[in-house]
Design a protein around this ligand. Structure first.
Ligand code: SAM
Length: 265
């Protein structure tokens, strides 16, 4: 086969849609044809690590379903931490019980992928009046009294669903680690209504230590193992979704002077 023909076949099978340096490392978005499955696969990589692939979205979608399941009411206000390819956020946005969704994403470039419709999945997010894509550091917002909505400081939510790090132990940046502690999760809990839910995606099986940390802060804690067929290996893969819920009883209002002392370990 001629070189020009091979190059043209390659570019039909593989395309780098975006690449840039960010505070977390070089991020890239690629589209490639998966010949065995005859589908286009969208992949985001951060440095050498795969951040997200459109081939594996069952756990991301289940994060939304499991996190919202059983929340009473039709006017739910929800936060999603980590936009990525948008599967979790889009599943939340499609839930008719959700009144508003704030999606917090640290990389403006990722928000740009959706706004410029480079990804096939974006329309339901960027044109939905109930959805706002907020450029910010989820963990810094979780740790601050002002919280997740820059337009409404100290606003509380019915659910906060997070898919940012690989696992509570395997974080993308060392600054994320403090979130997965009792003090970090107590700070998060102050942004939830009584009875509110925190749900977390993890690439590892359920961890006893992290479940114990959740139990210190929340009234009920469940870890769901979500299994799905891996079309590349022909075997089954699994993710974990932790779902933790606050008690329904009203809690005391926390003033900013008490914030640090209440939430330190
Ligand atoms: C695994 S992806 C999320 C996948 C998403 N659940 C989906 O359905 O496509 C993780 C996302 O978190 C973002 N991220 C990384 N650090 C963050 C931070 N500190 N605050 C908010 N988002 C962050 C990454 O840029 C990436 O878009």
């Amino acid at each position: 086969m001629r070189l020009a023909q091979r190059k043209s076949d390659l570019s039909a099978r593989f395309e780098e849609l975006a690449w840039c340096e960010t505070a977390l490392g070089a991020i890239s978005l690629r589209r490639r044809r998966e010949p065995r499955l005859k589908v286009d696969v969208y992949e985001a990589k951060l440095g050498d690590e795969f951040l997200m692939s459109s081939l594996f979205t069952v756990g991301e979608v289940e994060l939304a379903h499991l996190g919202l399941a059983g929340l009473p009411g039709r006017d739910l206000d929800v936060v999603v931490g980590g936009l990525g390819l948008g599967y979790t956020a889009r599943t939340v946005a499609e839930d008719p019980h959700v009144r508003s969704l704030v999606v917090v994403e640290a990389l403006g470039e990722v928000i740009g992928w959706h706004e410029s419709r480079v990804l096939p999945n974006s329309a339901g997010l960027v044109t939905n009046p109930r959805v706002r894509l907020v450029h910010g550091d989820f963990f810094a917002m979780a740790a601050a009294p002002s919280g997740f909505d820059p337009e409404a400081p100290e606003r509380r939510f019915h659910a906060v669903l997070v898919d940012i790090d690989h696992t509570p132990q395997h974080v993308l940046h060392p600054s994320h680690a403090a979130f997965y502690t009792v003090a970090g999760l107590r700070r998060l809990a102050h942004h939830l209504h009584p009875g509110g839910v925190f749900a977390l995606w993890s690439d590892d099986p359920p961890e006893t230590h992290f479940s114990a940390v959740l139990t210190e802060v929340f009234a009920s804690v469940q870890s769901h193992v979500v299994t799905f067929p891996n079309p590349l290996t022909g075997e089954e893969s699994a993710n974990t979704v932790y779902v933790a819920r606050l008690p329904l009883a009203q809690r005391a209002t926390v003033t900013s002077t008490r914030w640090n002392s209440l939430t330190s370990e």
